[in-house]
Design a protein around this ligand. Structure first.
Ligand code: PLP
Ligand code: COI
Length: 365
């Protein structure tokens, strides 16, 4: 969907820019989601006039009434994407059209207005332009962009809001997991589920993450990095992690990943399916049970498993724990060769080191 006339963004730049030396020191080891750039984008929506008042402003609080709809009924969606610095000083995005489309799909599911794709991309580009100095240059580093939309009508009735705010903020990031691409340990949640058929699992709405937190806390209490959710009907099949999709690599080269439906349709997932197929792997999207996972890890036919997403890129999975006991996959201390090959192929395209034969990389500066 395109928006016809794209709005012009008013730019109100910060009167107190962060000194270069301070910014450079913040970029050295930014972690994930802790350091924010100096600006943000906001665009307003009202049922009566559509999208209006597009601005780039200094990063800061958004004042709102305590009766604002999002604070009560969680009518909220978001996206996650990354901007990369190119060798010649330009800036690229990875499949931003796919993020724009998923944002629109999430909006429909949450009874929110769609942000036209060209407005979504312009909002991102505006922020990247004004804050380009905040894009870190290190190997695992990039500028993480967080588009979001919230219901802003001041009203406590339970119905879709008549007003919304679409915004974008950005943060320089390094590796999502502290250990970098070392294998992670997962907790298989048997008590909590993330998404049921007919629910919001395929939408990127904040509520999905709110309900995952108790399971994620349980995972961490059990010494794990992330939680794995099982299907809500049979509690048997692997859905996905709290913030990542999952893949299983077999000794004959076959790769299995859970099918779309109740999981988030990851853009990294989709890219990996394409890259792995091109590398000669047979990729099968089908329900995959924990019993199968455990048995094939024990027999050794399952060689590798990995998690993937914008934040996590591709991260190997080494050890599983659950209330029924644990098991390991392949060498639980090292990234397997197929995971490594796919990770390198993906990162090389994202960082402009390999030919972009799919048209995934969009140069914005
Ligand atoms: N699944 C969940 C629940 C996520 O939060 C994410 C991250 O965005 C993903 C999967 C991976 O999606 P993508 O590859 O588009 O970042
Ligand atoms: C992402 O990978 O972009 C995510 O949204 C995962 C998590 C940080 C919420």
């Amino acid at each position: 969907m395109t928006g016809g006339d794209i709005l012009d963004f008013e730019r109100h730049l910060t009167p107190t820019p962060v000194p270069d030396a301070e910014r450079e020191s913040l970029l050295v080891n930014p972690g994930f989601g802790k350091v924010f750039t100096e600006h943000m984008v906001t665009v307003r929506y009202a049922e009566s006039k559509g999208w209006y008042d597009a601005r780039v402003e200094p990063f800061g609080p958004i004042p709102m009434s305590p009766a604002t709809a999002v604070l009560h009924y969680a009518q909220e969606i978001f996206e996650g994407m990354k901007a990369y610095k190119t060798a010649d000083g330009g800036v690229t995005l990875f499949r931003p059209d796919a993020n724009a489309q998923r944002f629109a799909t999430s909006a429909r599911r949450m009874a929110m207005p769609e942000v036209p794709e060209d407005l979504f991309l312009k909002a991102i580009t505006e922020l990247v332009e004004v804050d380009r100095a905040w894009i870190p240059g290190g190997a695992d580093s990039s500028l993480y962009l967080r588009p979001y939309m919230i219901a802003t009508e001041v009203f406590l009735g339970v119905r879709p809001s008549a007003e919304y705010l679409f915004g974008v903020i950005a943060c320089p990031v390094g590796a999502y997991f502290k250990g970098g691409p070392k294998p992670i340990t997962l907790w298989i949640s048997q008590e909590y589920t993330r998404a049921a058929p007919g629910g919001t699992g395929a939408a990127k709405c904040g509520g999905n993450y709110a309900t995952s937190l108790v399971a994620q806390a349980e995972a961490m209490n059990n010494g794990c990095d992330q939680v794995v959710f099982l299907d809500a009907v049979e509690r048997k099949y692997v859905d996905e992690l709290g913030g990542m999709n999952i893949f299983f690599v077999y000794e004959d080269g076959t790769i299995i990943t859970p099918p779309l439906g109740t999981i988030l349709p990851g853009i990294t997932r989709d890219s990996i399916i394409k890259l792995a197929s091109e590398q000669g792997h047979k990729v099968i999207e089908r329900p995959y049970s924990v019993d199968e996972w455990r048995a094939d890890a024990a027999s050794g036919t399952l060689k590798e498993a990995f998690a993937c997403g914008t934040a996590a890129v591709i991260t190997p999975i080494g050890t599983l724990k659950s209330a029924d006991g644990g098991f390991t996959v392949g060498d639980p201390e090292a990234m397997g060769p197929v995971t490594h090959q796919l990770r390198t192929a993906l990162i090389d395209i994202q960082q402009g080191k390999a030919a972009d034969t799919h048209g995934w990389v969009r140069r914005v500066i």
